[in-house]
Design a protein around this ligand. Structure first.
Ligand code: BTN
Length: 240
């Protein structure tokens, strides 16, 4: 695959967006050893773990309308899950919208950003931060995060994992881009850890509790609350 390895950047997503504006091609992947201003979802930061994590961003140039962009994240999550399973043999799952989890803890976070012009997507940057060789996490983070090393008990080959991730994420994204949501939807649902479960969703500043019924084909979470179904485009889910 088309991978650019970088030593230090502000954020691989920001770097990829700058390259996109300069005409970089579809499918190019940027991996950085160190991020000085890593970005997380919902305007949060993302702590860089040089030497221990894989931080990458993939540039995509699909020829479709903006409402189709959010589900790219579904494809990316499937790609990460597939790579981690294939290379490390661990049963990673997906927590909507885009966390890859193991044993209820976060293994990989994904942040997808889009730029559109009129009614077409100009480019999408899909950024992934995978915890690979961390042996432990500090304080409260330890309750929420896990690394592949902690999950398997073995040190991992980060370059091999990064290459597998690049291949599988691109393959799933291209499958979605050319074939649409039906080509990945069932697999996404089969790998979801929240379908049928009672969950809490923090969306904006309200928290709601309900049973996850599944997802819409636009990528929304469908939640049954007292017999009525509500859909969420964004939010933070916790399994009770
Ligand atoms: C989340 O909040 O779960 C998403 C975290 C995404 C982190 C990755 S690391 C590589 C890429 N560059 C960034 O600045 N963020 C993403």
């Amino acid at each position: 695959s088309d991978i650019v390895w970088l030593r230090e950047v502000d954020s691989t997503n920001e770097y990829a967006k700058r390259m996109a504006r300069e005409g970089a091609p579809h499918g190019r992947i940027y991996i950085a050893e160190l991020q000085t201003r890593g970005k997380g979802r919902l305007n949060r930061g993302w702590v860089s773990c040089p030497g221990d994590a894989v931080q990458m961003s993939m540039l995509l140039r699909p020829d479709f309308e903006p409402p189709k962009a959010p589900a790219v994240t579904f494809a990316a999550a499937l790609g990460v899950t597939s790579a981690v399973r294939r290379v490390c043999g661990i049963d990673a799952k997906i927590k909507w919208p885009n966390d890859v989890v193991y044993g209820g803890k976060k293994l990989c976070g994904i942040l997808t950003e889009m730029s559109s012009d009129m009614d077409r997507v100009e480019y999408i940057v899909c950024g992934m931060g995978l915890n690979v060789n961390q042996q432990e996490f500090p304080g409260e983070v330890a309750e929420k995060a896990v690394s592949v090393r902690i999950a398997t008990g073995e040190e991992q080959d980060r370059v091999r994992l990064a290459a597998a991730m690049a291949d599988d994420v691109l393959a799933y994204c291209e499958r979605y881009i050319s074939g649409g949501i039906d080509t990945i939807f069932d697999e996404y649902c089969a790998n979801s850890v929240i379908i049928g479960k009672e969950i809490k969703v923090l969306s904006g500043n309200e928290t709601v509790t309900g049973v996850c019924r599944g997802f819409s084909k636009q990528g929304e979470l469908l939640l049954d609350i007292d017999g009525e179904t509500q859909s969420f485009m964004a939010g933070e889910v916790s399994v009770r």
